[in-house]
Ligand binder design. Structure first.
Ligand code: PMT
Length: 417
């Protein structure tokens, strides 16, 4: 059996919060995806859910205490930690996060963390005030720096009846994050070179990034418009990745079909004209401009005040050019502003993209072949070539989040030149 065919072994660690019951669904999701799961729990987690549940579902002894008389393994935390390909903590309480960050190993779960060389993925869940406590945020920053991965909690109604950040991320998203790490790890506990486990660094601290995303809607009459298939995913992925890397991010958002990320400023501007206005208003503050939006090149010359009635067999709409926002940004660029464009092409992708880079005087253009299956408009993945004046990096089909980080890496190397 090759490394890639080996069963992926997940050590699922459950700590004591109300979301502990969701660890059962995570376990089932992982099992359905073909992973082998062994469970350990903190003593407090057993107040919320019985080890027997996990034992029945995994057919394995559930570890809570090294010293428990019925524990069949005298050095269980070492054996558990050495025989997994990923240590997954669902849910992680503020207490467990604090212990991990400070190397405290006073029970089975925390000793396992210290003894493990496997990648670690933590899905926290807690009350909003506990989440935003400087101590918790300090501990999380420390763990990220140590190379630990997080599935951040989301905003919602919490068990304490408050509404805010601290809710465990959806089970499907936790499972899919595990599977995306799995695809980077060749099983067997050895970290391959391709594993992207580098801690999230704050290498964009001080940068103010203005991003456009989504399609635009150009009105024909009060009920109809011309638009395109852009979902906003690509621009939002760049926004999310940049904010995580320390940038201050403003996104001018057209017509989108997904929610924006947290921690970024959102300005809604659904037509090309509104988008142009919002970009120009916010440009002087920016240090980097990224035009990921699919802006209409033409709009109806006359917009009818009333719904147009169908009278004739055919109808002609006269179109006029919209302002090219990206070119305007370039023309008005201030000192130090990096200008990045996208090119959505269906043929001669690289040549057309280079032409746009020249004409619009860009520092970088991301050329995507929108005819490729699973890439471009609406998909979660994209296939692109990042072109600068000095080189072109052709990337395989990867997630939009991975592409976002590659684009930001290239921007940083441009900045350092
Ligand atoms: O939103 P998703 O569903 O995730 O899809 C992502 C995407 C395919 C939309 C994205 O990756 C992408 O390619 N965006 C640019 C699409 C586009 O309009 O390309 P273009 O070749 O027509 O335009 C070139 C560049 O000029 C783009 O940076 C565009 O934002 C900009 N432009 C175009 C026209 C205009 N009037 N003003 C502009 O600023």
């Amino acid at each position: 059996m090759s490394d890639n065919q080996k069963i992926f072994r997940v050590g699922l660690c459950v700590s004591g919060g109300i979301a502990a019951y969701k660890a059962i669904e995570v376990l089932r999701g992982l099992q359905k995806a073909g992973c082998e799961v062994q469970v350990c729990m903190t003593r407090h987690a057993t107040e919320f859910i019985q080890p027997l549940t996990f034992r029945a579902l995994t057919d394995k002894y559930v570890l809570v205490d090294d010293y428990a008389p019925d524990n069949p393994d005298p050095i269980a935390h070492i054996n558990f930690s050495q025989n997994i390909d990923l240590l997954l903590v669902v849910p992680a309480t503020a207490n467990v996060i604090a212990k991990f960050a400070n190397g405290i190993a006073d029970d089975f779960l925390t000793s396992t963390y210290l003894a493990s060389t496997a990648p670690v993925l933590i899905a926290p869940a807690m009350n909003t005030t506990m989440w935003f406590q400087p101590a918790t945020q300090r501990n999380i920053a420390q763990l990220k720096n140590d190379g630990v991965h997080f599935v951040e909690p989301v905003s919602g109604r919490l068990a304490c009846e408050t509404v805010g950040t601290g809710k465990l991320e959806d089970v499907e998203n936790i499972v899919s994050k595990v599977l995306s790490l799995k695809s980077q790890v060749s099983t067997g506990n050895n970290l391959p070179e391709t594993l992207d486990l580098k801690p999230e660094t704050l290498d964009l601290l001080g940068e103010k990034i203005l991003i456009t995303t989504g399609g635009t809607r150009e009105a024909i009459d009060p009920v109809r418009f011309i638009s395109n298939h852009s979902s906003g995913k690509m621009g939002f992925a760049i926004a999310e990745a940049a904010a995580k890397r320390g940038a201050e991010v403003t996104v001018v958002v057209g017509a989108v079909s997904v929610d924006p990320p947290e921690n970024v400023k959102i300005i809604n501007a659904v037509s090309a004209q509104k988008m142009h206005g919002s970009v120009m208003q916010n440009l002087s503050d920016a240090t980097i401009y990224i035009g990921a939006a699919a802006v209409a090149d033409y709009r109806p010359k006359n917009v009818s005040d009333n719904k147009i009635k169908k009278n004739d067999e055919s109808m002609t709409i006269e179109l006029e050019r919209t302002t090219d926002i990206l070119s305007e940004v370039s023309k008005n660029r201030h000192n130090g502003l990096l200008v990045v464009g996208f090119a959505a092409e269906t043929n001669d992708v690289i040549d057309y993209a280079r032409g746009k880079m020249e004409r619009k005087n860009l520092d970088m253009i991301v050329a995507n072949d929108v005819t490729r299956k699973g890439a471009g408009f609406g998909s979660d993945e994209n296939q692109a070539t990042i072109i600068t004046r000095e080189n072109a990096v052709e990337l395989p089909l990867i997630s939009k989040m991975e592409l976002a980080n590659k684009i930001l890496d290239e921007i940083i190397s441009l900045r350092n030149k």
